[in-house]
Design a protein around this ligand. Structure first.
Ligand code: NAD
Length: 295
């Protein structure tokens, strides 16, 4: 049993904290939102009235917050509150620079730190089947592993501070690009008189195969569990896809590398969100691509 503080009990953090409780850990939770705190408390997470109250006596602290600015602000406060030696794990999806800044603050305070963003969405968070991609020292990773195993199925140590975030944004840039590619192929196939099932049967077992077609097909029918069968209810919201693509473009620009397809996918998702689709599943972009006129 580890005494854990969990900060940020939203759509992802709430069920993740609940899985730590199920695994026998003592979890004190804090969130700025009362409904999030109440939902987590129903799942056995202790309610803390403040960040300071949550981390009192904590051996490990997990943060699951919206953006880099939130993580840096919370970790700045955290390092003044916890004892040296405390393990700090951030599971949010944030920019690499903020992740490295948070690591540096933790190490300066004598704490162990890990960036450990996740893949698998709210379904994976609830089922405890997330994939974790971690950045930090071997020692911090070894200490964090049993806690991450209580929330996920696949845990990968990607390298030093920030490497987890780097892996996450590279993976999600592939996802954004591949979803657009699959949607374009289905929209073209429709114009060519090809049935959805025929294109799926061929492409899902041929060289066009990828997760966006085999597991998350953007048209109803071939993959019954994909959001296309459910009115494009997320799933993975287009706004989150755009957030991750923007992080990839920020990192590409800071690294001086051109990612033309990443840039194109980002521009498409920006338009899709601007048309009011941020809360729909990201595979619904096929509707916008179908309507696009060939100039
Ligand atoms: P969310 O908005 O549901 O939850 C974030 C929570 O953080 C909110 O409850 C908010 O009140 C709380 N919060 C914000 N600032 C705080 C502070 N200073 N102190 C305490 N609590 C604070 O978001 P989410 O969907 O749970 O996502 C969290 C992170 O996980 C994001 O970085 C997101 O990109 C990433 N992520 C989300 C998904 C997904 O499918 N939702 C999948 C993978 C990764």
């Amino acid at each position: 049993m580890t005494r854990i503080a969990f900060i940020g009990l939203g759509n992802m953090g709430g069920p993740m904290a609940a899985n730590l409780v199920k695994a026998g850990h003592r979890v004190a939770g804090f969130d700025l939102s009362e409904p999030s705190l109440a939902a987590a408390a129903d799942a056995g997470v202790g309610r803390a009235a403040s960040l300071a109250a949550a981390v009192k006596d904590a051996e490990a602290v997990v943060t699951m917050l919206p953006k880099g600015e939130h993580v840096v602000a919370v970790w700045r406060e955290l390092v003044g509150l916890v004892k040296p030696g405390t393990l700090l794990i951030d599971c949010s999806t944030i920019d690499v620079e903020s992740a490295r800044k948070a690591h540096a603050m933790a190490v300066d305070a004598g704490c162990a730190a890990l960036d450990a963003p996740v893949s698998g969405g709210t379904g994976g968070a609830a089922a405890g089947t997330l994939t974790f991609m971690a950045g930090g020292s071997e020692a911090a990773f070894a200490r964090a592993r049993p806690l991450l195993e209580a929330m996920g199925r696949k845990i990968v140590h990607c390298g030093a501070a920030g490497a987890g975030q780097a892996a996450k944004l590279c993976n999600n840039m592939i996802l954004g690009i591949s979803m657009v590619a699959v949607c374009e192929a289905f929209a073209l196939g429709e114009k060519l008189g090809l049935s959805h099932q025929a294109l799926f049967d061929v492409a899902s077992t041929s060289s066009g195969q990828c997760w966006s077609i085999s597991s998350y097909c953007p048209v109803p029918g071939p993959v019954p569990t994909s959001p296309a069968n459910n009115g494009y209810k997320p799933g993975f919201a287009a706004a989150l896809m755009l957030k991750d693509l923007l992080l990839s473009q920020e990192a590409a620009s800071a690294s001086g590398i051109a990612t033309p397809l990443g840039a194109a996918a980002t521009a498409l998702y920006k338009n899709f969100e601007a048309e009011g689709n941020g809360n729909r599943d990201f595979s619904a972009i096929i509707e916008m691509l179908r309507e696009a006129d060939r100039a």
